[in-house]
Design a protein around this ligand. Sequence first.
Ligand code: SAH
Length: 345
Amino acid sequence: MNVLVEKLITTHSLTTEEYAALIEERDAASAEQLALAAVHARRQVYGNAVFTRGLIEISNICKNDCLYCGIRRSNLNCERYRLSKDDILLCAEQGYRFGFRTIVLQGGEDAFFSDAVLCEIIAALKEKHPDCAVTLSMGERSRESYQALFDAGADRYLLRHETANRAHYEALHPAAMSFNNRMRCLRDLREIGYQVGCGFMVGSPFQTAKTLAEDLKFIEDFRPAMVGIGPFIPQKDTPFAHEPAGTAELTCFLLSVLRLIDPTLLLPATTALGTIDPQGREKGILAGANVVMPNLSPVTVRKKYALYDNKICTGEESAQCRGCLQRRMESIGYTLVVDRGDVRR
Ligand code: SAH
């Protein structure tokens, strides 16, 4: 067996230089060895269960201008929308009936969703569905804000770090955004007591084996409960419109590496992975992922939450999304479970 693969399987850790070499020198054989070990490690902790999260995209209005993102402020071709509290509660209600026990509220950094507004929504969700976890993915906020949302009942927070390399971060974001603030947010979230998810795009412009190795080392040190990774996919109205997309192959390779770094991680097989490859989500699960996040947003807004081009599942009703994923998971020997899907540590 490849010596780096063997070291990762036995010690759950490599040096940054070793991670970079593992990535650069990867081949079909090392990918398969890693995937087998990753699936084995996941089975010890989570069996054959795949957790689901119902994703509600509550707003595509955003004050930020991330160079890769289709809902960036400068994109005048993006038709903006925002869901009301009633819309959100209705989506959650349907999701609950379909078997979701985690509701994820994701959106751009839309000032309308002040602490007061979000706290009221979180409290209403928790009151109606006390057996559900509420996950937020609403970008960078102050520590006080994160604390207020936590006190209102939010359980988890997803904030991808995007890249652990400062220069790379600066190449993906406008000068108004700072790497230090992103990291500050992640530390605050963890200290407050959230189950925290970080993550990055695979194949983003300027990414190298070295920056990916730094991402892996960061994750090893930070010990998040979740890591969301998916291929970068260009969006036609962004400065990165003509950059090449990331691959399902490297995404799956990194999912296996992440599973071995921490067998208890919650690792989604993302919609972006399913977009770049029709079998992407199945491949992700077979590489070591254990979460899928189908879309619960109203069909009327789905196409407008266009972070990248050709996003899948933008025409289907929520019930269809769950049914489709259930069949897909069963076809590869896994089951979608009705469960909050908390991290097992
Ligand atoms: N405003 C929230 C939610 C952002 S959208 C936040 O800041 O966390 C969620 C994730 O989608 C981002 O973190 C980014 O990693 C990913 N994303 C954005 N544009 C993308 C693209 N073009 N291709 C693939 N993923 C993208």
